[in-house]
Design a protein around this ligand. Structure first.
Ligand SMILES: C[S@@+](CC[C@H](N)C(=O)[O-])C[C@H]1O[C@@H](n2cnc3c(N)ncnc32)[C@H](O)[C@@H]1O
Length: 218
């Protein structure tokens, strides 16, 4: 349930390794060129007004934001990955800042953003339901969550593979869970307006199914 006050206190601790932070962009390099960079751009073209991005990572979304935003806040609790963000990659003229904050405990007032962005984050947060509830809380009525996430396969050999590899993958990928029903989690807290599905080309089979789209608070 949305709360009426922003939670206070330090961000939730995240699992992060120096190696994971250093390898993040190189590991994604091929996949970005095989379509993910274009997908980021298409999704983020719908960002409006004041924008909050949760789990911003190394800032791969920055160059894809429209140039007419009122403000852009990147919330990233990880020190090692966060220090790789280059705010100069944001569109010229968009006031942009970085906050050390967890998605489950956003230090922002209710109804303070028009758009929340989550790309490849709900796989990794400790409590994805809480993160979606927080996104809904900080969005203005009618505001939108733009999401791009890898999700658990519904059935078949890929589902079996994900179940078998979930612990090994989480150990390799700094806590990322490859088997989550992330679309169900978003649906439990918001209304999905549009959704598309595809494959994460250039990445291992365990994270292939992708879902992206828009959800709203009303
Ligand atoms: C797979 S990376 C995605 C980075 C970026 N969003 C992208 O699209 O490339 C997952 C990110 O979620 C962050 N993260 C982990 N736990 C988190 C939490 N509880 N709240 C917010 N972000 C979290 C990690 O530090 C990491 O930057």
């Amino acid at each position: 349930m949305p709360t009426t006050e922003a939670p206070t206190g330090p961000p939730v601790d995240v699992i992060e390794s120096r190696l994971g932070a250093a390898l993040y962009d190189p590991v994604l390099w091929v996949a970005e060129r095989l379509g993910i960079a274009a997908l980021r751009r298409e999704l983020l073209a719908e960002a409006r007004g004041a924008v909050l991005e949760i789990g911003a990572g190394t800032g791969l979304n920055l160059p894809h934001y429209p140039g007419d935003l009122n403000q852009l806040v990147l919330a990233e609790p990880g020190h090692r990955i966060g220090e790789r963000i280059d705010l100069d990659r944001a569109p010229t003229g968009v006031p942009t800042r970085l906050e050390r904050a967890s998605a489950e405990r956003l230090p922002f007032a209710d109804a303070s953003f028009d758009t929340v962005v989550s790309t490849f984050v709900l796989c990794t947060v400790g409590d994805p339901r809480r993160a979606v509830a927080e996104a809904a809380r900080v969005l203005r009525p009618g505001g939108r969550l733009l999401f791009l996430e890898h999700v658990g396969a519904e059935s078949g050999w890929r589902r079996a593979l994900q179940r078998r590899s979930v612990r090994a993958w989480a150990a390799f990928a700094d806590g990322c869970r490859c088997d989550r029903d992330t679309v169900g989690t978003i649906e439990a807290g918001m209304r999905i307006e549009s959704i598309a599905r595809g494959r994460w080309r250039g990445m291992p089979a365990v994270v292939k199914p992708l879902a992206w789209g828009r959800a709203t608070t009303v």
